[in-house]
Design a protein around this ligand. Structure first.
Ligand SMILES: Nc1ncnc2c1ncn2[C@@H]1O[C@H](COP(=O)(O)OP(=O)(O)O)[C@@H](O)[C@H]1O
Ligand SMILES: [Mg+2]
Length: 306
């Protein structure tokens, strides 16, 4: 956690906000048995404006929605936020079969008796946790309706047949939502109105190079830059409509570099991470052209790393 505070200071995030969040984390205790739920992030989120908006919203007690294309760091930011606030986190991945019971909880038999088995939203609400509602727009509206009273000013959970419980003061929900993803739907207005919504921007070159340096410190300066530029080339082609957004997969680029570390030739690794995910041969050709313009055909992994 201290490491993250240091990172925020170093990035030049508003000193007032950093101080406030540090004070928050220091003065809001977490039960011993929940301490292992406080995330320890592997990656830092880069983007000062977004950091400041997100910190301000959460300090104001708001719930946050992070909306944007895939690989814009939504999950990285959500995890970083729980960590810097020092709160236990519950990751709740949404899918079409999600129902109210899997969020709130349901009755189960235990030792011959019916008892209530709390779901993740209930646990989070009870313990002042950060609930990460991941890809919330994958779920059906009926399932999401149970969240309305949790997320708005009422801050209560109604469990049919049980007492209502109120949502602990430290509880926050951070939803993520992907655009243009098969299977996603527009979020209904009733739900969207319960969040402060941040549109997550794509990475800029400078941050992208820092991210690559963070994750692959042994990349040479030259290829750190070339891989960043390659990603930005693909990004530009997506914006112009020459490539579909499936081609724009930062995770795929990072995977490819990991494969290079294991000795897979550079172009082959990029095929595995990026090109092969596209099933249109014309588009595959376009992607290979973009790659070829940046990286020689026979480039060996040993030339890319120091
Ligand atoms: N602004 C950013 N700061 C740090 N990492 C980022 C950023 N944008 C994208 N990433 C990287 O992209 C990858 C995917 O991030 P993730 O949070 O899973 O994306 P999303 O949830 O938006 O699809 C991760 O490896 C992450 O480090
Ligand atoms: Mg995600």
């Amino acid at each position: 956690m201290n490491d993250l505070i240091e990172f925020l200071k170093h990035e030049g995030i508003s000193a007032d906000l950093v101080e406030e969040v540090q004070h928050y984390a220091d003065s809001h205790a977490v039960k011993e048995e929940l301490k292992s739920r406080i995330p320890v992030p592997h990656f830092h989120y880069y983007g000062n404006k977004i950091w400041e908006e997100a910190l301000a919203a959460l300090l104001c007690g708001k719930n946050l929605m992070l909306a944007g294309e895939k690989a814009t760091g939504k999950n990285v930011l959500a995890e970083n936020l729980a960590a810097v606030f020092g709160r236990p986190a519950w990751d709740i991945s949404f899918h079409v079969n999600m129902d109210a019971a899997s969020l709130i909880g349901s009755d189960t038999f235990h030792d011959g008796r019916v008892t209530f088995r709390p779901g993740p939203v209930y646990c989070c609400a009870e313990n002042g946790g950060f609930g990460i509602l991941d890809e919330i727009n994958m779920a059906r509206n009926e399932a999401l309706a149970v969240l309305h009273s949790v997320l708005d000013f009422r801050r209560v959970i109604d469990v049919p047949g049980y007492e209502r419980i109120s949502v602990a003061e430290d509880t926050r929900f951070i939803a993520t939502m992907n655009y243009n993803y098969a299977g996603t739907r527009e979020l209904n207005e009733a739900l969207a109105s319960r969040f402060v919504v941040i549109q997550m921007p794509p990475l800029i070159q400078d941050d992208l190079q820092r991210l690559l340096k963070d994750q692959f410190p042994d990349l040479t300066a030259k290829y750190n830059k070339q891989f960043a530029l390659l990603f930005l080339d693909l990004q530009k082609k997506c914006e112009n409509g020459e490539l579909t957004e499936k081609a724009l997969d930062l995770r795929g680029t990072l995977d490819a570099i990991s494969l290079m570390q294991k000795g897979i030739p550079v172009r082959d690794a990029l095929d595995l991470g990026i090109t092969n995910k596209i099933f249109d041969s014309y588009e595959q050709g376009l992607i290979r052209d973009v790659i070829a313009a940046r990286l020689p055909a026979k480039l060996r992994p040993s030339e890319v790393f120091e």
